[in-house]
Design a protein around this ligand. Structure first.
Ligand code: MN
Length: 245
């Protein structure tokens, strides 16, 4: 006697919480993958800021935050979802003229997808009353891998200052050597190091600071140091380190 669906779901535990089996191949009997039904991949969405638009005043002004979150990131969210849909359409068509769109769509996926991901890290990387220095294990790793907190700050700020054009400075956990690194990202997707886990990211696109700081990116980078949410960075480190366990 076949086990009931409920019995199978029960035996599969938490993996099988999504409803329904996936028919992997239309026209054949519905396949039942050993791991249970996969949940649908998520649409990218624009999450609300984790604080008020003016929470980071006077370091980052309310109007910049409103434009940055509501307009710029919203455009990245729209763009990445359109890239995913466009790639699906190109795959389904299979015609050479549609497959030829993959390069442009892949560029769009990388650009808009990186924009969404980095901003979603950036917002909770900051908080009202932030700044100061990291504590606990994060502080010990910063000291181990950069010599000192001031050494880290000098390297991070210089990396942000010297990004060519628009981009980001990124503190990341590099899981291969199990160490912290500071990287720059030019635009969103270039000059990156695959496999690293971003822990602290600083948006140095002009839209992040130009209304208040004009050409003084260095002053903006200094101000960022006043709003960093190190507890959030430490949480991210804990999560990233599980990858190397
Ligand atoms: Mn931005």
């Amino acid at each position: 006697m076949q086990p009931t669906r409920r019995e199978m779901l029960g035996s599969l535990g938490a993996l099988a919480t999504a409803g329904g089996w996936i028919a992997l191949n239309a026209g054949e009997a519905a396949a039942q993958p050993a791991g249970g039904a996969l949940p649908a991949a998520k649409e990218y969405v624009l999450p609300p800021l984790p604080y008020a638009y003016d929470a980071l005043e006077p370091y980052i002004d309310k109007e910049t935050m409103m434009l940055h979150h509501d307009k710029h990131e919203a455009a990245y969210v729209k763009g990445v979802n359109e890239a995913i849909a466009g790639l699906a359409a190109a795959r389904q068509s299979g015609k050479p003229e549609d497959i030829a769109k993959v390069r442009a769509l892949t560029d769009s996926l990388a650009f808009n997808g990186s924009g969404v991901i980095l901003h979603d890290i950036f917002w909770p990387n900051m908080k009202k009353g932030g700044g100061g220095e990291p504590k606990g294990d994060l502080a010990r790793y910063v000291a181990r891998d950069f010599g000192s907190f001031s050494g880290f700050q000098a390297q991070f700020n210089e990396a942000g200052l010297k990004v060519q054009g628009s981009g980001w400075a990124i503190l990341a956990w590099e899981p291969l050597a199990a160490r912290l690194v500071v990287l720059g990202a030019e635009k969103h997707q270039n000059v990156t190091m695959w496999g690293c886990v971003p822990l602290l990211v600083l948006d140095v696109w002009e839209h992040a600071y130009y209304l208040k700081y004009q050409n003084k990116r260095a002053d903006y980078i200094q101000a960022f140091g006043k709003v960093v949410n190190w507890d959030n960075v430490a949480e991210r480190l804990n999560g990233a380190m599980k990858l190397t366990a």
